[in-house]
Design a binder for this molecule. Structure first.
Ligand code: GLC
Ligand code: CA
Length: 561
């Protein structure tokens, strides 16, 4: 067994966590799929970057119908990605560099290949095997109509027939290969605790909890139709879910599960940590990050902001004010589910839209191949926003490749697509392109085959020619590259980040955001196009510009006073 690297029980509160999407990070055996050995080989790279922890997206056995978020066995490694022994080797390599490891737990649903679901399909309606999932009788004389008209998040109806001609359907919030578990059952609760301990005993420091807001459901009584559900979700976004009983989302009972998990986390010294992926109204987020629950929850509202100082300031203030005692802040601008922020911020007329509409616009814009993308401004803004984020109190999550200034890839042909939302929305009003564009394997060496991702087969998603210019070996040599900006910022942050306090400085300019941190550290973001006067202080780091007297447009500076 490998013990954790840090004896500080609060290490996670101010940590920078690097998200690895294992299949697209580094391919050691050349089969076109990133693997654990590839990750181990890149530990020195990650250590030099200055991160405190990595979060690994799922590497468990899976039919890969949703990039591994369709888990067939929670306590093993997919043979295409590695073995448990290779996992232990990887852990040891991270431990040597004092880098913590966080793994992804997917409790809302299993894969249809999980032994529980196979048993459920082979068992009779009403059996305890079926009761581990959410099976219901179909409607109509032949019971061949889905129990409700609910839509799956990836498109299409959220119910699929059992395939056994027994008139039953099972519920899947996501792909039909991802049946939702029935969290009323003690057996499920116990089994997940076993999974948490399995990885805890192998030395992981914590967990990222997939779809943390949806585990508990109430499908008893008369169910609302989809239109009513959509209205409920919107209202929930406005006033929280306090008296709205949405049957599947953000129900209060879910926190009972996390309070039980917290007890498991506390069996370890230091306690294990957790971060919730919860797409809930901002005023419900603190429930997930409660100290007796998961402890942290992603601030996704930051990620749906335009590149706008005023919007950023509003989100940051709200997040800090609504945090409950003991709660940790968790900032993020990119992950494996969203358009990379260097592309998002290069969207034409970006700032004119309000922040909720922005997201819908960005997805539509992705579909038409990012027409009018301003690559330069997109990257300039991404560097500035990231530097601002690194200046905030709390922990920050970065997504592999953002340190290389990568854009979303649009060069993926229809036959190469993998995202289930692409397949499930083919006949829908809006045919979604999906999330493959942010999951393309990383470029490590400009002149090597597959840009150094792996020396054998072509990567499982196609790399594009422009990625060459973003290769690690090229950026390494350029002092002002995005990679070197991340390295400088993260290594400097280690010396600057102290207490979890922030004080706003009034700038008298909506486009300029300025805050102070303890110890004389100040962060100024100029969100406008025009340069603004440099406030007093020694410049520690800047995302752009060279003038001593001005902060250039769309840039961020760190000052010391
Ligand atoms: C989460 C994951 C996403 C996945 C979904 C279903 O949102 O981040 O990648 O598709 O859950 O598991
Ligand atoms: Ca491989």
């Amino acid at each position: 067994m490998i013990s954790k690297t840090s004896s500080d029980a609060n290490w996670w509160r101010q940590a920078v966590v690097y998200q690895i999407y294992p299949r697209s990070f580094s391919d050691a055996n050349g089969d076109g799929i990133g693997d654990l050995e590839g990750i181990t080989a890149k530990v020195p790279y990650l250590a030099a970057l200055g991160i405190d922890a990595v979060w690994l997206s799922p590497f468990y056995p899976s039919p890969l119908l949703d990039g591994g978020y369709d888990v067939a066995d929670y306590r093993d490694v997919d043979p295409r990605i590695g073995t448990l022994a290779e996992f232990d080797t990887m852990m040891a390599a991270f431990k040597q560099e004092n880098i913590e490891v966080i793994v992804d737990i997917v409790p809302n649903h299993t894969s249809h290949d999980h032994e529980w679901f196979r048993a459920a399909i082979q068992s009779k309606p009403g059996s305890m095997e079926r009761d581990r999932y959410i099976f219901r009788d179909g409607l109509g004389p032949n019971k061949d109509q889905p129990p409700t008209d609910w839509q799956s998040i990836f498109g299409g109806n959220a119910w699929s027939p059992s395939g056994q001609n027994d008139g039953q359907f099972y519920y899947h919030m996501f792909d039909s290969s991802q049946p939702d578990l029935n969290w009323d059952k003690d057996e499920i609760k116990e089994d997940f605790k076993k999974t948490l301990r399995f990885w805890g005993d192998r030395g992981v420091a914590g967990f990222r909890i997939d779809v943390a807001h949806a585990l508990t459901k109430d499908l008893s009584g008369d169910l609302p139709n989809w239109e009513q559900m959509v209205i409920m979700s919107k209202k929930k976004g406005e006033n929280g879910n306090a008296d709205l009983k949405h049957p599947t989302d953000d129900r209060d009972e879910v926190h009972e599960i996390y309070r039980e998990w917290r007890k498991v986390f506390n069996e370890y010294d230091p306690p294990l940590t957790a971060v919730a992926e919860c797409w809930v109204a901002p005023d419900r987020k603190h429930l997930y990050s409660a100290a007796d629950g998961l402890g942290q929850a992603f601030s996704f509202d930051m990620l749906t902001c335009n590149f706008s100082a005023a919007e950023f300031k509003e989100c940051i203030s709200f997040s800090l004010e609504s945090a409950a005692e003991g709660t940790g802040q968790t900032w993020v601008l990119s992950n494996h589910d969203v358009i990379r922020h260097a592309s998002r911020y290069g969207m034409p007329n970006f700032v004119s839209k309000n922040h909720k509409e922005m997201w819908i616009e960005a997805v539509a814009w992705l579909k038409n191949g990012f027409e009018g993308l301003d690559k330069e401004s997109g990257l300039r803004r991404a560097r500035a926003a990231t530097m601002m984020l690194f200046g905030l109190p709390g922990s920050t999550y970065i997504y592999q490749g953002e340190e290389l200034g990568l854009y979303e890839s649009t060069d993926i042909s229809d036959s190469q697509r993998q995202d289930p939302s692409y397949f499930r929305t083919k006949n829908a009003k809006v045919h979604e392109i999906g999330r493959d564009g942010c999951r393309v394997p990383l470029p490590w060496e400009a002149e090597a085959p597959n840009f150094g991702f792996g020396s054998g087969k072509e990567p499982h998603l196609p790399q594009t020619s422009w990625m060459k210019e973003h290769s690690v070996d090229l950026l390494d040599k350029r002092p002002d590259s995005t990679l070197n900006l991340y390295r400088k910022a993260l290594n400097l942050r280690k010396t600057l980040q102290t207490a979890e306090r922030l004080e706003w400085v009034e700038t008298g300019n909506e486009e300029v955001l300025h805050f102070k941190r303890p110890g004389g550290w100040e962060v100024v973001l100029n969100g406008g196009k025009k340069a603004v006067p440099m406030p007093k202080g020694k410049v520690l780091l800047r995302s752009g510009g060279t003038s001593d007297t001005e902060i250039e447009g769309e840039s961020c500076v760190w000052l010391q006073n």
